[in-house]
Design a protein around this ligand. Structure first.
Ligand code: SAH
Ligand code: SF4
Ligand code: F3S
Length: 474
């Protein structure tokens, strides 16, 4: 592998990320793996020699988008070849894991298919793809296109990845847990990401220190089931051979420079006493929790194999708010799971009413091949799903707006992350993860600055930077 093209230019990679934050983390890590091979980042597929689609399989719509993108890339590849150059196309992530060879069958222009646990092997896969391309250029036929690696290798990819560089504007993701053993009957994640695995606490702490050294002041701990974390304890640690998420959060809060800690996504069953208490005890742990409930109906929760009922969720909410009164709650909902009646859906609406969410994601049930839900009788008609989703989203939207408006008048620390659409505007996040727009200097990006919230909208707030803090940071 050489790091320059025949025309003397550096090779460039474009990575498109679909799906959840774990994929965002994985995309950054793929860039880290490719950097030593000489790949610089490209801003568009047109500028790139290698395009990686890091895909999501969670709903039908998500995985179908990948195939339309692949069709466009095939055309680009053809044009390139006509000019005597090439484009290498790699499919990574959960569609790669779930569909494997089927991807190359549906789109033969794909050179590499690599699963979420195997991407540390990208250098070997690229070398193999290049070897195959050279044989093809020599006019020879090859049995079977594409290079595939969708193993769940015994070694952890984390032991093979270079130091992370994925810090943007003071904020970084850190994957601490992967996979899922819960097997909710609608969900593909246990099949695409494999069995639950927690990284050793010492590896997490050392990655956190590297991220802080690279400029992170906010760290978001990631896992499909992040609060089921039970990583091997550091050798110096007393009291038990594993650390819980709560213990890990306490240790992270000790690292100089870590101003904000968040974690996502959690399962209600794994919200233990220590973690609830940490929300009251650790000032760096932000007052926001994404805790998917999916439905408010016990009957549907049972059919979903969620292993918790409505009451357990409501009790958790009470205990969490007792630990941290201003906690902003977020959740995920699925409407139209097989067998969901009007009464079941009413239970969901009542639960939403009772809790009051600051934000939420809601989806129509999507039938995923291979999951138990897809074979269940009483699939709900599309029109019913649409009507229920609209009603639920209207309610959740009102709650989000009310929550935003409730903060108007307060002066709060905002971590500014990017420039806004209007000139002179910057956008950041409150502790409760609301977006704030304010007029401010770009130099404030990556800093936490006090802002007074002056207007609340459905999806954001308008703010004014408080001058004293502005001068101190700028
Ligand atoms: N690990 C997370 C969920 C990851 S998927 C957790 O356990 O909460 C993110 C969300 O997608 C889920 O919470 C669920 O609401 C939604 N989802 C998953 N499978 C789905 C399906 N088949 N149809 C519709 N929505 C789905
Ligand atoms: Fe999917 Fe359920 Fe596991 Fe979440 S807990 S990843 S919804 S199987
Ligand atoms: Fe999608 Fe895989 Fe994440 S299916 S939601 S990218 S774990």
């Amino acid at each position: 592998m050489t790091d320059v093209r025949t025309d003397g230019q550096r090779k460039r990679v474009f990575i498109r990320t679909y799906g959840c934050q774990m994929n965002v983390y994985d995309s950054d890590r793929m860039a880290d793996v490719l950097r030593p091979l000489g790949y610089a980042m490209a801003d568009t597929p047109e500028q790139a020699d290698l395009v990686v689609l890091n895909t999501c399989h969670i709903r039908e719509h998500a995985s179908e988008k990948v195939y339309s993108e692949l069709g466009r890339l095939r055309d680009t590849k053809r044009e390139r070849r006509a000019e005597g150059r090439d484009l290498t196309i790699a499919v990574a992530g959960c569609v790669a894991q779930a569909e494997g060879e089927e991807i190359v069958r549906r789109q033969p222009a794909v050179d590499i298919v690599v699963g979420p646990q195997a991407y540390h092997r990208l250098p070997e896969l690229l070398a193999e793809a290049e070897r195959k391309a050279a044989i093809r250029r020599a006019g020879k036929r090859l049995p079977g296109a594409g290079v595939l690696d969708t193993d769940f290798p015994a070694e952890s990819k984390f032991d093979h990845l270079p130091a992370p560089q994925g810090v943007r504007a003071g904020s970084a993701f850190l994957s601490i847990q992967e996979g899922c053993d819960k097997f909710c009957t609608f969900c593909v994640v246990p099949y695409t990401r494999g069995a639950e695995y927690s990284r050793p606490a010492s590896a997490v702490l050392s990655e956190a220190r590297q991220l802080v050294a690279a400029g992170a002041i906010e760290i978001t701990l990631l896992g499909q089931n992040v609060n089921a974390y039970h990583g091997e304890a550091p050798s110096s640690s007393t009291g038990g051979s594993t650390w819980s998420l709560a213990r890990l959060i306490h240790a992270l809060a000790e690292i100089d420079g870590v101003a904000r800690i968040r974690y996502t996504t959690s399962h209600p069953r794994d919200m233990d006493d220590d973690l609830i208490a940490a929300h009251g005890a650790v000032p760096q742990l932000m007052p926001y929790l994404h805790l998917p409930v999916q439905s408010g109906s016990d009957r549907i929760l049972e059919a979903m194999n969620r292993r918790h009922g409505r009451d357990l969720f409501l009790r958790l909410v009470d205990r969490l708010r007792h630990a941290r009164a201003d906690l902003a709650l977020s959740s995920d909902f699925i409407v139209g799971f097989p067998g969901e009646s009007d009464a079941d859906f009413d239970d969901t609406m009542r639960l939403v009413d009772q809790v009051g969410f600051a934000s939420a994601f809601s989806f129509k049930y999507s039938r995923r091949p291979g999951t138990p839900g897809s074979a269940m009788p009483d699939q709900v008609p599309e029109a019913v799903k649409s009507a229920r989703l609209a009603a639920l989203q209207a309610l959740l939207g009102r709650q989000a707006r009310d929550f935003n408006i409730s903060k108007v008048g307060a002066t709060v620390p905002v971590l500014f992350a990017e420039t806004g659409r209007k000139p002179g505007q910057i956008i950041g996040k409150t502790p409760w993860l609301q977006s704030v727009y304010a007029e401010g200097n770009e130099r404030l990006i990556g800093h936490i600055v006090e802002a007074r919230l002056i207007e609340g909208h459905a999806n954001s707030l308008a703010g004014e930077i408080v001058t004293r803090a502005y001068e101190a940071a700028a």
